[in-house]
Ligand binder design. Structure first.
Ligand code: AHM
Ligand code: MG
Length: 330
């Protein structure tokens, strides 16, 4: 059944759930809770220049980076909204050192775990550029066992749902439950996410390449040759915000390729496998594109650590296939 443009996120989720008579409603509730948390984060992001939540809070997170106040706030909002809803057995956050297991009776019986980056690209807060929230949802691997780290270290092929919220010139939530990708724009006049981009599909050709070009000399030789090929042979232009959600959102809408390759100082790149690379790969794949760690799919990586990093290349299928076959990097 086709769902009309303008349908609210809640209505969309309810209608979609009807296609699955055995659904418990837990995944739907989780997605709706993420939608509500996103609206709260959006409210604060919009006020970032006005109230005293702009700037950093002086602490560093496990990655050794300065934590911005809005990172903290977004992390708290997501935790409170999704952890207390009764559908979650645990969650992991880029801003938390360890996974958090929910030890209530409801939590022990819950089927799902969530991983999120509460506010990605937060260095862009001060300059009013796009930032975003990224999330992925998995089912626990074994309901007979207590929820533990292994439930979070699952391959991208096991993702049940993933998406992002972009706080940009408008605020959008884009997500997939493995059945295509749909985008919802927040209508501030009614405070609802409304279906604006149904069944998103990547362009097969064209678009920009998106990379931190300042790192060019630090990239492996094949990555440098590949970038030269994009510029010299395909005549591609470059766009780079430095905010993964913004850069991937453009790639999803307009085509091209987004990459964060390894460098000599960061041999696994910068981006986190579980919080950033897998959820975005899942979406790009669902929209008909492809993602790679340089020589194989990101979705096939077996995670070993919660905060592990991995090289990221994602975009038009042809571009990724050329990378893997002609300019592979390990
Ligand atoms: P963050 O999770 O600390 O915000 O860092 C991730 C961000 C991504 O959004 C973006 O793609 C990347 O860092 C940009 O890094 P760089 O400034 O090295 O190009
Ligand atoms: Mg991040």
């Amino acid at each position: 059944m086709k769902i009309e443009i303008g349908t609210t996120l809640d209505e969309f989720i309810i209608r979609r759930e009807k296609n699955y008579p055995d659904a418990t409603g837990d995944l739907s509730k989780l997605l709706r809770d993420i939608g509500v948390a996103a609206k709260l984060i959006n409210r604060s992001v919009n006020k970032a220049g006005l109230v005293d939540i702009l700037g950093d809070n002086g602490e560093t997170n496990i990655q050794g980076e300065t934590v911005q106040k809005l990172d903290d706030y977004s992390n708290e909002v997501l935790k409170n909204y999704i952890a207390n809803g009764g559908q979650l057995a645990g969650f992991g956050s880029e801003e938390e050192d360890e996974v958090v297991i929910i030890n209530t009776e409801e939590g022990k019986n819950a089927h799902y775990v969530v991983l999120f980056d509460p506010l990605d690209g937060s260095k862009n807060i001060d300059i009013n550029a796009s930032i975003g929230t990224i999330f992925s949802i998995y089912k626990r691997t074994d309901m007979e066992e207590t929820c533990s780290l292994k439930d979070f270290l699952q391959k991208g092929t096991e993702v049940v749902a993933a998406g992002y919220v972009i706080y940009g010139s408008s605020t959008m939530m884009v997500y997939s439950t493995g059945n295509g990708v749909n985008g919802f724009t927040l209508d501030p006049s009614i405070g609802e996410f409304c279906l604006s981009h149904p069944e998103m599909k990547m362009n097969k050709k064209g678009g920009h390449y998106s990379v931190n070009q300042a790192n060019y000399k630090l990239f492996p030789e094949n990555v440098r040759r590949y970038i030269d090929y994009l510029v010299d042979d395909l005549d591609m232009g470059m766009r780079y915000i430095g905010s993964m959600v913004g850069d991937v959102h453009r790639t999803l809408l307009k085509g091209g390729i987004f990459m964060y390759p390894p460098t000599t100082s960061a041999p696994s790149g910068k981006l986190r496998l579980l919080y950033e690379a897998i959820p975005m790969s899942f979406l790009i794949n669902q929209a008909g594109g492809k993602s790679s760690m340089g020589n194989a799919s990101i979705l096939e990586i077996n995670p070993t650590e919660l905060h592990q990093r991995c090289p990221v290349f994602m975009g038009n299928k042809d571009l990724i296939e050329t990378l893997e076959t002609q300019y592979p990097t390990v």
